[in-house]
Design a protein around this ligand. Structure first.
Ligand SMILES: [Zn+2]
Length: 380
């Protein structure tokens, strides 16, 4: 039901295919985020048309609203949101630590208050497996403790130990649920922690690998405020430790330049809310000018496409002058059109990286691409 085939490598960069019960995902792959069971403002057919194969949904949000029981009754998340392709759900841990009010972490789990109505809840490794089974995603994530970026070593070490003991409990509950003859097949990915402490990163990865034959690995605790060099060093370290025949999902990372840097260091799967969040703020990525803000006066009479090299719906139909007008007038269509473009930009980056790795021209292309993207962004 689940497999990962490595098809080509260039240095540490990898091209492969993740097979799931709802279809194949060619990697490197950017996964659009559908927090509430929707990629904001787009219908599933539009997400499909962008070339996205797998989407992500958030356990914390769907647990609170409408509730995982409702989703299960209505046929599971695929039927509920009318998405035919593969889905990944996160464990909810990150949102509990970042969104929920008053949380208490203890050995059994985390007590928290809903950010919606203040109601009290507890997530445990077991309950998080049950919620993700009810939602019915293809890939589900283990419940982990993600300490804040820049935390001291002692805090990072305690979070590693707790994440490991929770992982063992996730696995036990997951395997029991897999015995239920409901026809649902899921893959459980553990989450690697250790902040930016090399020895902790290494030992946590090794101890995690010793706990089971995992179908893939989530790399957590990065892009939480640490220096970029620390993130790249950590990924290089993990590249030397993790088994090559399993996909590596770098959680929450997905700015275009970060995505390419991470692909070069052996990462395969990515997600990030930036494409749709930036769209809400009127910003877009372009291959010729880096990141642009459509509110800028210089676009007022600009009849060029947003990105001349982009094949998305927005770029093939509209000019910058009209997009700027929609952004300045705070029209909903601005958010839709810029979301379509920004998402396609990242999906296409994954597609092109994959093609280049296959041809053995990835590294040269990456260096040129990054130089152009960064120069132009800093010149804004
Ligand atoms: Zn476009």
């Amino acid at each position: 039901m689940f497999s990962y085939t490595l098809e080509a490598t260039e240095g540490s960069a990898r091209a492969g295919t993740l097979s799931t019960p709802h279809g194949d995902v060619p990697t490197p792959a950017f996964m659009p985020v559908g927090t509430q069971g929707t990629v904001k403002t787009l219908v599933p057919e539009e997400v499909e048309a962008l070339g996205a194969r797998m989407v992500l949904a958030n356990t914390y949000h769907l647990y609170l609203r409408p509730g995982e029981g409702v989703v299960r009754e209505l046929g599971g998340l695929h039927d509920f949101m009318r998405w035919r392709g593969p889905i990944l759900t996160d464990s909810g841990g990150f949102q509990v630590f970042s969104l929920a009010a008053i949380r208490r972490i203890h050995e059994d789990g985390v007590d928290f208050q809903s950010h919606i109505d203040g109601s009290k809840h507890t997530f445990t490794p077991e309950s998080v497996m049950e919620v993700q089974r009810a939602l019915g995603a293809d890939v589900i994530m283990a419940f982990d403790e993600c300490p804040p970026g820049g935390c001291d070593r002692r805090t990072a070490e305690a979070a590693c130990d707790r994440t490991l003991s929770w992982l063992a409990r996730c696995k036990t509950r997951f395997e029991a649920l897999e015995q239920e003859a409901d026809g649902l097949h899921q893959a459980l990915f553990p989450v690697l922690q250790g902040n930016v402490y090399d020895d902790l990163r290494r030992s946590h990865a090794e101890r995690t690998m010793a706990l089971g034959r995992w179908k893939g690995y989530g790399i957590g605790g990065l892009s939480v405020g640490e220096a970029k060099e620390d993130m790249w060093r950590t990924l290089e370290l993990l590249d030397g430790v993790l088994p090559p025949d399993r996909p590596r999902y770098l959680m929450g990372v997905g700015y275009p330049d970060d995505l390419l840097e991470a692909v070069a260091r052996g990462c395969d799967m990515f997600d990030c809310v930036a494409p749709t969040r930036n769209a809400r703020h009127g910003t877009a990525w372009t291959s010729a000018e880096g990141q642009v803000n459509l509110k800028a006066a210089r676009f007022k009479r600009d009849t060029a496409a947003l990105d001349a090299t982009c094949d998305c719906y927005t770029c093939s139909r509209y000019d910058r002058a009209y997009l700027r007008h929609l952004v300045v007038a705070s029209e909903w269509l601005a958010m839709r059109l810029l979301s379509i473009h920004n998402l396609r930009f990242l999906v296409r980056l994954g597609e092109e990286a994959r093609e280049r790795i296959g041809q053995g021209t990835f590294e040269r292309w990456r260096v040129e691409w990054l130089e152009r993207f960064r120069n132009e962004r800093s010149s804004q």
